[in-house]
Design a protein around this ligand. Sequence first.
Ligand code: PRX
Length: 648
Amino acid sequence: MQRFQINSYKEYEKAYQASIDNPEAFWEEIAESFVWKKKWSKVLEWDFTKPEVTWFKDGKLNITENCLDRHLKDRGNETALIFEPNDPNEGAQYFTYKALHSKVCKFANVLKANNVKKGDRVCIYMPMVPELTVAVLACARIGAVHSVVFAGFSASALSARINDAACKVLLTADGGFRGTKITPLKDIADQALETCPTIQTTIVLKRVNNDVTLLKNQVWWHDQLKTVDDNCPAEIMDAEDMLFILYTSGSTGKPKGMVHTCGGYMVYTAYTFRNVFQYSCSKTNDFGRDYTRSSPKDVYWCTADIGWITGHSYIVYGPLANGATTLMFEGVPSYPDYGRFWDICEKHKVNQFYTAPTAIRALAKQDTNYADNYNLKHLKTLGTVGEPINLEAWNWYNDYVGKGKCPIVDTWWQTETGGIMISSLAGVTKDKPTFATLPLPGVQPVLLDTDGTIIEGNPAEGILAIQFPWPSIARTIYGDHQRYKNVYFSAYKNKYFPGDGALRDASGNYRITGRVDDVIIVSGHNLGTAPIEDAINEHPIVAESAIVGFPHDIKGNALYGFVTLKDIGSTSDQEALRLEINQLITEQIGPIAKLDKIQFTSGLPKTRSGKIMRRILRKIAASETDNLGDTSTLLNPECVQEIMDNVL
Ligand code: PRX
């Protein structure tokens, strides 16, 4: 029998081998730990050439029964969710499994009362408050597909996402607290709704008490709750029914609505949550037949926003499927001061803490070492996600937060993979600074050279690819299966291509070296160059633009824009033009995509076929001009010198 929990390196090796030797038997045994309404007829069918992947075929379930109902008997009075508000004086809120179950059922009934049916898409544009978690689970309860849009996105980005998925209902709030600021979510939503014909109803949560007016087809969340009870049987879903859509940037074109399905996603996020973080529940838990380490129930905190995949998989679904206590935080690491994360860790006795390298770098940069002022003795596991972690940040995290005693799990994965793919298992497999280390059971990575040949042996460096499906792989891009095939399955035959490069050390540990496409990771956010360039090019006097990333102390990468103007003499006030360009980007995408540097130039280096040579621009932006490579084949080599002379 496969153990759900891996307790030692030996067990990891055994589980990994079993998952390679017989993946179906391996995942079948893991999947049996969950509540299914009907068992599957086949564990896995797959064909990466189409691509088509089916896990737990014909299996029937509802993920909320696994995240909520099945815990009611033994741990109904245990805390499921802790909410830490933006303002520490407001006081935390605690929701037991019973309370969360009741809230989810009630809100599911609100959705039903608003004509939301199985398969309908519901857009969620909300701050990090408990109602967001409730809304996500309420959709899943009735089989509606949630599409959470990060509350930092602009009206135009929101409406593009609503329209792409033809959402029927929008859930939003009067506003959201972020440090000293209030985001006027309702105003932004109203602006978006001007171009969203499919939205029939908008349900508005009162959070900040902003003075907002309800327009036609808009209702208050609290009024809706008055008319429903908390009895809501879970909709029976097929394992391959859609659970949610979540948008991620591509290197070209509009954002990709990645589709995740019910069965495989549940199994994989729950399994990886338990094992990567070594979360410990209590002596009796639902997977407890093989659970040996008993300690009081852990408190787990992931600092991500539920608007990103990390929040979906490792604030909501993975932890709750394990009966865990998961903490969500509304605010920012710098408010009221840079000690806030550690204040929360001390206050809630956090045991597992999962954050992004950009946050670690920002905290490490402060003159005061706030981490020293708080009692962090409860921390057992530290985690990072979203971008490569540099050695300096890793050391600071290890020394000042973990006090040299906490394993650090550097988890490599993506919106598309649904769950963690490469990572150490806290205290079970060894971590290695700046390395994500080893693949999880079921994950079969390879390194390829540029012509797609597998590089055997260690050490090695190349393009990362995965050659076998895992249960939570995204099944398609909503409404565009051809694009799904082109982006992920066409570069290398029969392999999933994530877009990252990696190296492998002599012991087989993987280190992710960064993107090999035109996606740039800024503060852990995935940004495609094309949509930003499109936004800039909307400016009436801009002719053309090219965006590249350059190294940044805190953000990891920042954005550098090279911009040509229709008439080079058309502006004397470059500073004003820079502000206008960033304003356009903020309107089209959101403030996260603003450029740090904007250089105006008379030309952009192009190949003879007219393609912009970003490789050269990247080197100039990173001040690596010693080795620009061959520029003689360019259409306009003269512009390279001009750009170098005026670099910012
Ligand atoms: O380039 C990799 C980087 O983030 C990308 C995925 O971004 P997103 O879909 O937004 O999901 C982020 C949260 C899972 C990857 O292709 N990335 C993610 N984790 C790591 C990482 N790069 C290096 N090390 C990591 N641990």
